[in-house]
Design a protein around this ligand. Structure first.
Ligand SMILES: [Zn+2]
Length: 225
């Protein structure tokens, strides 16, 4: 396993599987996965002042403002478990946040360290089909009614609570989310591509196959750098 510090970034449309892929890779590399969506939902579920504000944006299928996102993220990155590096899932979401990421890089990486951006690609059609049947639980467990259903209908395998559809997975807002995603992602992808750190991954294969490709591409980079 690599000794250099790494920041790995996962980009991809809703339901591209990037969260799942990030989790598996993070475990293998023994670095934490920092999911921006989860950090935000945590604030919401704990009814903090900031959480209430965030809820309003999410309900409308809108993005949470940069200053809120950045504060929450930096607070998380200050924890000790990021010493060897970390994976970012769901950040940066728009080009302005890329500049903020440059600052994070300055704080956390030296010149021999690595920043790699994985772009998990999935067609709109596939993304929509996946989102509509996605369910989650308060405990963090995630399900898909077709591909990964709970053992008892509507009940979480892990904790026994009721599973539910996230409000931003509502079919009515999914098309808007996808449109927004493509508009936002283009300049970000272009930016990382120019930096030579972008790795495109076909996200429509099986989970294990996608993970295999990720690992292979990562090893190629580590061996050549
Ligand atoms: Zn649960």
């Amino acid at each position: 396993m690599p000794t250099r510090k790494m920041i790995l970034i996962f980009l991809g449309p809703p339901a591209s599987g990037k969260g799942t892929q990030a989790e598996i890779l993070g475990k293998n590399l023994d670095i934490p996965v920092i999911s921006m969506g989860e950090l935000l939902r945590y604030e919401c579920n704990h009814h903090s002042k900031i959480g209430e504000k965030i809820k309003e944006y999410l309900k409308k299928g809108e993005l949470v403002p940069d200053d809120i996102v950045q504060n929450i993220l930096l607070r998380r990155l200050e924890k000790k478990d990021t010493k060897k590096g970390f994976i970012l899932d769901g950040f940066p979401r728009r080009i302005k946040q890329v500049h903020y990421l440059e600052n994070i890089k300055k704080i956390f990486l030296s010149s021999s360290d690595l920043l790699i951006v994985f772009y998990i690609k999935v067609s709109d059609q596939e993304a929509k089909a996946r989102v509509i049947d996605r369910r989650v639980c308060e405990c963090g467990a995630a399900y898909h009614l077709k591909y990964n259903p709970p053992k008892r209908r509507g009940i979480c395998d892990v904790c026994g609570k009721k599973i539910y559809r996230r409000s931003d997975d509502d079919p009515k807002v999914v098309s808007k989310r996808l449109r927004d995603f493509h508009r936002r992602i283009k300049p970000i992808v272009d930016y990382f591509s120019r930096q030579g750190v972008l790795v495109e991954i076909d996200g429509e294969k099986k989970i294990e196959e996608v993970q295999e490709e990720l690992k292979n591409r990562l090893n190629e980079i580590l061996n050549s750098a």
